[in-house]
Design a protein around this ligand. Structure first.
Ligand SMILES: Nc1ncnc2c1ncn2[C@@H]1O[C@H](COP(=O)(O)OP(=O)(O)OP(=O)(O)O)[C@@H](O)[C@H]1O
Length: 507
């Protein structure tokens, strides 16, 4: 039956557009084209500017499809290929400039090729090559026939390239996302020092509760390691590959807390220009760590309770509920029962979060961990600060540290080590001074005169002390030499404490 050109165009076009995977589409074309051409191999090539070479997007032969071959090619040859306006037959017996120039690309080896330039709106995008074994494969009729489908091949090639680029960007974004998630969650959990000694009870409880989905409440003074324990629970649970989202409830201004936690719809309030997913939504499939939960304002406590009860969240200004699959870990250094008595914390929320409380003892109650913690911090900080050689700890220095009471707990110890290493001038680490500016304060007698005129309320003492430290740092809160480091607490915790105590600061 004579070939109907329209039918040929239709069938070839359908096949080359039949898959976004160009190898599959070209294989389907190969099967069809073989019925009308003396075809043994089919190639689809592009000029890859970045590689400065021909990239073979697909290559089909009777034994199947191969992809991604790179054919190095001088620029002059590509210029010749680019200059091709019409399909051309090349045989090894032809000693024309074009066969010679294209020899690296087509390697005729006694065969004949039909090379079809592919253009989009006049711009060359690649070349389709039909190969026939033997010297006399293609005639004028083949050239005319293949010319009719040059355009669909060019379109398919350009779609395949766009798709490839899209997949590349998607992979990059996914990569970035998991990297950023790891960064956000401090990556691999820190090793817990004292798990076999001072924190044995705590690590036993972590082991019991981690595999379950139960809500956990971490209790303990500031800097005892609540976050590191929350991390350990997440990373030893089945959710370890999901997100670990931390919220410092004391660090978010009251006016933003709802939107931060629960998200908002576009236009929910002035300034809500775009919709925003809250931290609960971001934690879906993983764990949310609500640090300093005692600092949550009462209205946010009501909403939080609803989220914990229903396991779904409603964005501000939204009308639909979004189902949540999350584990909640909360932490506080406050006495929540006392706060309930003072109507500052909701009892029903406390019942919800107090299912599995874990108390992390202050450092002064597990002094046996201080040497190991100190050595670890010396190692880490020396590395962080780029010291060529890690300084040794002087004999007796560890005793001084062990005998001190550490009101700022492990974080304070970490800061003391950092300061000691920054000031290190050679010799050994002595740890003779605690706070910068405190005249070689003796760590072994922490109950020294406080200098306070009389017995005053705790809040007042705290305000006085914070004020003193701020005066020393000239108002600097964050970073090295900042008040937060000296006090051994988070800068956000310090800010919220200052706000509560009514302390003004300059930055
Ligand atoms: N047992 C431990 N082993 C190793 N590092 C620890 C340990 N406990 C605490 N740290 C380190 O001490 C620092 C303070 O710990 P973390 O932030 O977990 O305390 P926190 O109780 O959450 O503090 P806050 O109440 O101020 O939020 C962190 O850098 C943490 O890695």
């Amino acid at each position: 039956m004579p070939l109907n050109n329209e039918e040929f165009f239709r069938e070839t076009t359908l096949r080359i557009c039949s898959s976004l995977d160009i190898k599959i589409a070209l294989t389907r074309c190969y099967e069809y084209l073989r019925q009308h051409f003396p075809l043994d191999e089919l190639f689809l090539d592009i000029h890859d500017l970045q590689l400065g070479a021909i990239r073979r997007m697909a290559h089909v032969s009777a034994s199947g499809a191969i992809a991604d071959e790179i054919v190095p090619l001088p620029e002059s040859v590509w210029n010749l290929v680019k200059g091709l306006a019409e399909p051309v037959v090349l045989t090894s017996s032809m000693a024309t400039p074009i066969t010679q120039a294209m020899a690296p690309l087509v390697k005729l080896d006694g065969n004949s090729d039909l090379a079809v330039p592919l253009r989009i709106e006049g711009r060359p995008v690649g070349v389709l090559i039909l190969r026939s074994y033997g010297d006399n494969g293609f005639g004028e009729n083949h050239v005319d026939l293949i010319r009719t489908v040059a355009e669909p091949f060019a379109m398919a090639l350009s779609n395949a390239l766009a798709h490839e680029e899209l997949l590349h960007y998607r992979d990059t974004l996914l990569d970035d996302k998991s990297f950023l998630l790891r960064e956000l969650t401090t990556g691999t959990p820190d090793e817990i020092i004292g798990g076999g000694s001072g924190l044995r009870n705590v690590t036993d409880m972590v082991r019991q509760v981690a595999p379950l989905n139960s809500t956990v409440l971490l209790l303990g003074e500031t800097g005892v390691g609540k976050e590191i324990i929350a991390n350990a629970i997440h990373y030893s649970s089945a959710r370890k590959d999901g997100p670990f989202i931390k919220v410092n409830c004391g660090a978010i201004p009251d006016s933003l807390i709802d939107s931060e936690l629960f998200g908002h719809e576009k236009g929910a309030f002035t300034g809500a220009h775009v919709e925003k997913r809250g931290r609960f939504e971001r934690a879906n499939g993983g764990t949310i760590f609500l640090d300093e939960i005692g600092e949550l304002p009462l209205p946010a406590q009501v909403r939080l309770l609803r989220v914990l009860q229903n396991r779904e969240v409603e964005r501000i200004g939204g009308s639909k509920n979004i189902a949540l699959d999350i584990r909640v870990i909360a932490a506080t250094h406050r006495n929540l029962e006392q706060m309930i008595g003072e109507n500052r914390f909701r009892e029903d929320l406390w019942f919800r979060i107090n299912m599995f409380p874990i108390f992390i003892p202050p450092l002064r109650q597990r002094r046996e961990d201080i040497p190991a913690l100190t050595r670890r911090f010396v190692r880490l900080k020396s590395k962080e600060l780029g010291l060529v050689k890690q300084p040794a700890i002087a004999p007796g220095a560890l005793d001084r540290l062990v005998n001190y009471d550490w009101p700022g707990n492990v974080r304070e110890l970490q800061n003391v080590v950092e300061r000691e290493i920054i000031r290190f001038q050679g010799g050994m680490l002595e740890f003779r001074s605690l706070l910068p500016g405190s005249e070689r304060m003796d760590l072994s007698s922490p109950q020294k005169e406080s200098g306070l005129p009389e017995l005053i309320p705790l809040d007042e003492a705290m305000a006085l002390h914070i004020g003193k430290v701020l005066a020393f740092t000239k108002g600097k809160i964050n970073g090295p030499g900042g008040a937060a480091r000296i006090l051994g607490i988070n800068s956000s915790t310090l800010r919220s404490r200052m706000e509560k105590l009514g302390i003004r600061h300059r930055n």
